[in-house]
Write a protein that binds this ligand. Sequence first.
Ligand SMILES: [Zn+2]
Ligand SMILES: [Zn+2]
Length: 186
Amino acid sequence: MAEARFSCRCGALTGRLVGIDPREGTHLVCHCADCARADRAFGGAGDAAQGVALWQTTPDRVVIETGAAHLRLTRLSPRGLNRWVAGCCGTPMFNTLKGPGMPFVGVLVARLDSAAALGPVIAHGFLDTPGGKSRHKGGLTVGARFVKRALRARMSGAWRATPFFDPESGAPVAEPEILPRDAGRS
Ligand SMILES: [Zn+2]
Ligand SMILES: [Zn+2]
């Protein structure tokens, strides 16, 4: 299966995304307000209409080679998604759920050296319609693949191989940090 390399902007935190398979992972664009806000909080243009491209897979396929100590865990709110940033240069890199038991990671495609192996974008999340409501395109596929991947990682034990958590205690490798309320607000 294909691989791609990832890196933060300064190049201190690097590694490989392995086991890329477009039939199993999910290449999607998230248009939610939080993803745009998180991007702005770390110096990006953060435009929800444009969205943030993500590759969803299981964390055992994220292999950090250098700079793992730079991983910084941020959340936009106490109950928000885990947003992992390279603390060396403030680059958003990965999103995960709260603990290792739900094996899920969204890798920011902008951090990859190539998106060619991911295949086409198959879903758009949180599209704002003219009526002001959100809807999902391809949401069923996204959900079904997440369940399938998570179950398989649970059964094989692959869920334990995560760079983001201690599998024994379930504790994240960095202390969660809630960003200020006005961080990334436009
Ligand atoms: Zn860096
Ligand atoms: Zn989002």
